[in-house]
Ligand binder design. Structure first.
Ligand SMILES: *Cc1c(COP(=O)(O)O)cnc(C)c1O
Length: 350
């Protein structure tokens, strides 16, 4: 089916004249700024944050573009991926009319954001290997289906989804396929970013919250055609990425090697933790992981979860989630944190 972006965007968004900020109307090199009602004296801090930040995050996007091998105008930056998710609903989904498809078990925000935006949600569960069921997804698509959410590597199962399946879906669907790659840095696989020029209906999401170790800053990325990015830009709050985040993210990007070292260490520890866990009698399965966590099936998930909490160690209880019977989701910690987990699990089985 043919992809037509303008017919996909909500009418009010297509017509929207965006807010024009002071920093939009003047972006040259003036000496005196009396245009934005800022406090010209400074801030009650060691550093000044009295000026509004760049609404287009130009410096940050320029640096990111080289690292991610995309054009700067193919990048959208959000206050966490969560803002990107919400914006996609607000740009494309009419409340009470349109619908989206998710593939459980998967990231919870796709559903919460659908509920907030009053958008109908269709669920097509993954198969027993946590892979897409393509025929069922195609059956679920109707003329009001605007978005399909794909999470790869998937949270909470941890595995990459079959790349050929995702491509088939993108080719056949006339709406937008969002591929959430929050955990892509922990895999050997390349990003779907490389297919942006091939697929006008592809949105790729990544984040600074995982491999980059910057969850506290709240910075998420979306990559797509310049046309889709322009629509998201129109709808976002003008100053959605604050000055501190822009400065620190730029600094972090200059230290990419440090991120790569952590990433390598996490992947190594993932392997050793998986092997150690498998030797425990209470552990039934450790699912293969392409992420920075393990989905672990244990004999008494609720009991173990509570035991660990009582000892001050918290993991994520997923045992009530579909296809995750008996499962806890465990983030890879430092070497000593992982050892503490194993020691407590030994203790729990006595
Ligand atoms: C952690 C995670 C994110 C990151 O969300 P942020 O809002 O950027 O912190 C996005 N998607 C998935 C599937 C995740 O697990």
């Amino acid at each position: 089916m043919a992809f037509n972006l303008n017919s996909l965007v909500k009418g009010n968004i297509l017509k929207l004249a965006p807010y024009s900020s002071a920093r939009d109307e003047f972006s040259g090199d003036a000496k005196v700024f009396l245009d934005a009602n800022e406090n010209s004296f400074g801030s009650p801090l060691n550093r000044n944050y009295n000026r509004y930040p760049d609404p287009h995050q130009k410096q940050l996007k320029k640096k990111l573009a080289t690292i991610k091998n995309v054009e700067a105008d193919q990048i959208f930056l959000g206050n966490g991926s969560d803002e990107c998710i919400d914006l996609l609903y607000r740009c494309f989904c009419k409340s009470g009319v349109d619908n989206v498809i998710i593939c459980p078990p998967t990231y919870g925000m796709y559903e919460v954001s659908a509920n907030i935006n009053e958008v109908d949600l269709k669920r097509v569960d993954l198969d027993e290997n946590f892979q897409l069921r393509l025929a069922e997804i195609e059956n679920a698509i109707d003329s009001n289906t605007k978005l399909i959410w794909i999470c790869s590597p998937n949270n909470p199962s941890g595995n990459l989804l079959n790349e050929a399946d995702i491509k088939t879906l993108i080719s056949k669907f006339s709406g937008i396929v969002v591929v959430d790659e929050a955990y892509i840095d922990f895999t050997d696989s390349v990003s779907f970013n490389q297919y942006l020029s091939q697929y006008p209906n592809l949105v790729v999401m990544q984040t600074f919250s995982k491999a980059w170790g910057l969850a506290g800053l709240r910075l998420g990325m979306a990559f797509a055609s310049t046309e889709i990015i322009a629509i998201m830009d129109k709808v976002k709050p003008p100053y959605n990425i604050n000055q501190v985040t822009q400065e620190l993210a730029l600094q972090a990007l200059e230290n990419e090697n440090q991120m790569l070292e952590m990433q390598t260490e996490i992947v190594t520890l993932r392997q050793s933790l998986a092997e150690t866990l498998l030797q425990l009698p209470m552990v039934d399965t450790v699912y293969p992981s392409d992420a920075n966590f393990l989905l672990v099936k244990v004999k008494d998930p609720a009991g173990l979860y509570q035991f660990l909490i009582d000892k001050g160690l918290v993991v994520r209880d997923r045992h009530k989630v579909i296809l995750c019977d008996g499962c806890l989701r465990i983030t890879i910690g430092t070497l000593s944190e992982n050892e503490e987990l194993i020691n407590l699990m030994h203790e729990a089985s006595i």
